[in-house]
Ligand binder design. Structure first.
Ligand code: ADP
Length: 458
């Protein structure tokens, strides 16, 4: 047994449940937290014990209540915290406060969170490790003239990005010099209101790229491995909708180069725990874009094609374990299996016929798909659940596996058809259109696929 005795999950919904399940398998007791609005939420009942957090605070702020969460951890005897994704997952101050309290943070160090919370700093780390980056400004831009000068030198289109941005927000594409002023001002004010800092930088806008990301794991003994790549090019407004593992569009050489680049970066900074290195790929070339120092929504499909339980690995690493030792030892890099294909669809409570407006209310009927090769990760996915407007609209992640990509896609299509949901609108009809589309099935798409394919919305 390692040092971890009990784990508090500082999150809600499907990811909290995903982590509780891993803890239960590892025979580690669990502590949940819930906001007043989440009194009836499923994650509350999936923990061994649960406590109200952030009383009197706004629904989102309850899960950001660092001191409240620490008091619950101490009172319940939880000596480790898993932050999930979103909320406090990348909050350096939270990781530091836990370190001060002697509570284990199941994630990378606060130093790594600091490094990757800021895209300008992250870019510099990538350059230091010898990774190819997109031509971009040397650090943040200080004036509109800096942006114009960059556009003149590298040519339009360019993209203005918030240094502290995330979740597909805080980005503006600039197609020509006369758009610079307005785009720069809007990008800064959006960055300020969404991320608390108006610092922005500029990159060349890559034409029709694919988004390819590599799952990595590092332990405190210097072992770093990758679990191959995911293709997350199926995006709506820069947010991922459907993900695939492995990519069906990379040749063996390019795949190896990208995976090795991700490992080189992680090794160079002695990265620990789970992380994802993201790249854009176009015309046979790849470019670093950012690192997500946490578990990601789409980790499920990597688990399906490699058999590695990433949350188990996170806990093992945080517990001081060696990646390649112990009961759940992960094989050496060369021996890690890669078997078949997996696809994840993010089923949300959004209306695709009404600009993806979030829907709320009671789930009058909820029946999910199932069968061979299917994995479901749901939050409040049950009959009678009340969907509130306060949180992310993700309802259930449907992941399917097949020996071929077409097989995985056929299983996805069949599963989506099997769902019966009444009382709340979902994006299922839209997802069906995506996974049946010939461009999807042949890998003939890029990050602009959804935004430029109107028939998906019919
Ligand atoms: P976030 O942290 O908000 O997710 P990312 O930097 O990961 O932002 O980018 C999200 C998406 O935005 C990418 O997958 C891609 O579709 C698009 N994007 C970002 N930078 C560029 C770029 N320089 N050129 C073209 N597309 C880009």
């Amino acid at each position: 047994m390692g040092r971890i005795k009990k784990i508090l999950v500082a999150n809600r919904g499907e990811i909290a449940i995903r982590i509780f399940r891993a803890c239960t398998e590892l025979k580690i007791p669990t502590v949940g937290i819930y906001s007043a609005e989440d009194r009836g939420s499923f994650h509350r009942y999936k923990a061994d014990e649960s406590y109200l957090v952030g009383e009197g605070k706004k629904p989102i702020d309850a899960y950001l209540d660092i001191e409240g969460i620490i008091s619950i951890a101490k009172a319940s005897g939880a000596n480790a915290v898993h932050p999930g994704y979103g909320f406090l997952a990348e909050n350096e101050q939270f990781a530091r406060r836990l370190e001060e309290e002697g509570i284990i943070f199941i994630g990378p160090t606060s130093k790594h969170l600091d490094m990757f919370g800021d895209k300008v700093k992250a870019r510099q780390q990538a350059i230091d490790a010898g990774l190819p980056v997109i031509p971009g400004s040397d650090g943040p831009v200080k004036s509109v003239e800096d942006v114009s000068a960059f556009g003149e030198t590298y040519g339009y289109p360019i993209i203005i990005k918030a240094s502290l941005g995330g979740g597909g927000r805080g980005m503006r594409i600039v197609h020509s010099s006369d758009e610079v002023l307005e785009a720069y001002e809007r990008a800064r004010s959006e960055a300020k209101s969404a991320f608390g800092s108006d610092e922005v930088y500029v990159e060349k806008y890559i034409n029709k790229p694919k988004h390819i990301e590599v799952q990595i794991l590092g332990d405190t003994y210097g072992n770093v491995i990758h679990l191959y790549e995911r293709d997350c090019s199926i995006q709506r407004r820069h947010q991922k909708v459907v993900e695939i593992a492995p990519s069906i569009s990379l040749n063996e050489h390019l795949r190896n180069e990208i995976c090795e680049a991700a490992v080189a970066l992680a090794r160079n900074i002695s990265y620990t725990n789970a992380g994802t290195v993201e790249f854009l790929v176009a015309d046979g070339k790849f470019y670093f874009i950012e690192v997500n120092p946490r578990i990601q929504v789409e980790h499920t499909i990597t688990e399906m094609v490699t058999g590695v339980d990433i949350v188990h690995a996170q806990i093992h690493i945080a517990n001081g374990g060696n990646l390649h030792e112990g009961e759940a030892a992960i094989p050496s890099q060369k021996e890690i299996p890669l078997f078949g294909y997996a696809i994840q669809s993010r089923v949300t409570t959004e209306d695709p016929l009404n600009d993806f407006m979030p829907d709320t209310g009671k789930l009058m009927v909820y029946r999910s798909g199932g069968g061979f090769g299917v994995r479901l990760d749901a939050g409040n996915g049950f009959q009678g659940a009340v969907i509130t407007p306060y949180y992310d609209s993700l309802l259930v992640k449907v992941s399917t596996w097949g020996t071929s990509f077409r097989d995985a896609a056929a299983k996805m299509d069949r599963n989506l058809q099997e769902f019966r949901i009444r009382g709340i609108k979902t994006n299922i009809p839209f997802l069906e259109n995506v996974v049946r589309h010939e461009s999807f099935l042949t890998g003939n798409y890029d990050t602009g696929f959804i935004d430029t394919t109107p028939e998906l919305f019919e």
